[in-house]
Design a protein around this ligand. Structure first.
Ligand SMILES: Cc1cc2nc3c(=O)[nH]c(=O)nc-3n(C[C@H](O)[C@H](O)[C@H](O)COP(=O)(O)OP(=O)(O)OC[C@H]3O[C@@H](n4cnc5c(N)ncnc54)[C@H](O)[C@@H]3O)c2cc1C
Length: 389
């Protein structure tokens, strides 16, 4: 028997799950297919390696989706200040929420916590079905609908299939949507570190020619670390004994938080920029990492994905007729592509600017940082844009 829906979403990660909540709350019949069951959360669990710096705009979206309470009840860490500096000079910039009249600049939240809180909401919505663990086996698209057969044998039908299945999207491949890719030759080394001095609710980021290093505040004394390094150096860092790694990490952060006194498990993820040639094709549409991935240096990846979900949900809910029509899908792409391309290019610009060791570039970025730091208006316009307020 075929079960009928308004929308089938492949991928129940952060972006797919928020889209499902937004559509389900609007009364749409939604099926979400997720390949992996998320691990149950316990407050005693050590911090996950994968965290996101959520903007204020993403927080608002998560409130609207009914998930923020569930996030705050598990664990979320506000940061009030962001301190960015260049390792090759005296250039430094500091953003303070108090100067903007805001309580914080954003929150650091474990990805699993965001997903689990969204799933709490999703399970309360009668119009949303959660197929997990399950995934697409075959997809047939005709003029009116998508017929999806799952690996479990279940057959679903809807006028629209959404690919929210991440960077290696199967939906994108099945739809034959091409993608431009850029291998940065870098890896993002992630771990949780304990530091000698308190983090002061500050996100610390030091730019080095080899790549940026970020210490993102968790509970006092703990930070989530994202250290971008050339791939071979990242692999070498993974192999170091804990004590040697702590020393390298303390030096790399220029001892701003004193010594790193302990680290947990470490992992290194290959970093690649990707952008789908188009976001939709015959009743199939892409959101989040399935459509685009960017360098994590400013922590914007999932924030962009949440904006995709908000826009697609708005277009679907506004459409009076066929929600998988080219008109709806083109309107979504028109609204989102520009912002995604702009952010991707901006991250690329920062990466190249801070990775350059030639003296004129060093002078330019160091004086640039110091000048912008003194230009209140420009600095806070930049901060507001990043926060989405
Ligand atoms: C080191 C690093 C640090 C980052 N830091 C930040 C940050 O601070 N802030 C920020 O905004 N972003 C950050 N990002 C980016 C962010 O992690 C991603 O943009 C985000 O995870 C994308 O969410 P998504 O739901 O689109 O995809 P994913 O998180 O990849 O979720 C995809 C989901 O689909 C499921 N799935 C996959 N294939 C299938 C299938 N065939 N069928 C069914 N289900 C499937 C997966 O199990 C998963 O649950 C960072 C990225 C990296 C690498």
């Amino acid at each position: 028997m075929q079960v009928q829906y308004d929308v089938i979403i492949a991928g129940g990660g952060m972006v797919g799950a928020i889209l499902a909540c937004l559509l389900g709350k609007a009364g749409k019949r939604v099926a979400v297919l997720e390949a992996h069951s998320p691990t149950v959360f316990s407050p005693e669990d050590p911090y996950d390696l994968r965290v996101s710096a959520l903007s204020r705009a993403s927080q608002r979206a998560l409130i609207d989706a009914g998930a923020w309470e569930g996030i705050a009840a598990r664990r979320a860490f506000p940061y009030e200040v962001m301190q960015v500096w260049d390792a090759t000079g005296a250039g430094e910039i500091r953003f303070d929420a108090a100067d903007l009249g805001e309580p914080d600049l954003g929150h650091i939240v474990e990805n699993r916590v965001i997903q689990l809180a969204l799933l709490d909401t999703l399970h309360t919505l009668d119009s949303v079905d959660w197929y997990c663990p399950d995934q697409l086996a075959t997809v047939v698209v005709d003029e009116q609908r998508v017929i999806a057969t799952l690996q479990s044998g279940q057959v679903l039908q809807a006028p629209l299939l959404v690919g929210a299945d991440g960077a290696h999207s199967k939906v994108r491949a099945l739809a034959g949507i091409g993608m431009s890719t850029q291998d940065y030759g870098q890896k993002g080394l992630v771990c949780v570190a304990q530091t000698e001095f308190p983090h002061q609710l500050t996100a610390w980021q030091r730019f080095m020619p080899s790549g940026p290093l970020a210490f993102l505040p968790l509970a006092e004394g703990f930070c989530s670390v994202v250290w971008t390094l050339p791939a071979d150096q990242a692999d070498a860092m993974l192999r170091l004994p804990d004590q040697d790694f702590c020393r390298e990490l303390s030096q790399a952060l220029d001892y701003r938080l004193g010594a790193v006194i302990a680290v947990g498990e470490r992992a290194a993820l290959s970093l690649r920029g990707r952008h789908a040639d188009c976001y939709s094709q015959e009743r199939v549409v892409l959101v989040g990492d399935a459509a685009h991935t960017i360098h994590p240096l400013a922590g914007q990846g999932v924030n962009l994905g949440i904006k995709d979900a908000l826009e697609l949900a708005a277009q679907i809910c506004q459409s009076t007729g066929d929600c998988g029509s080219p008109k709806v899908l083109r309107a979504y792409e028109r609204a989102r592509r520009g912002d995604n391309v702009l952010t991707q290019k901006a991250m690329e610009g920062f990466r190249l600017l801070f990775g350059n060791t030639l003296t004129p570039w060093k002078i330019l970025r160091n004086s640039g940082l110091s000048i912008v730091n003194r230009m209140g208006f420009l600095k806070y316009e930049m901060a507001k844009r990043a926060m989405g307020i």
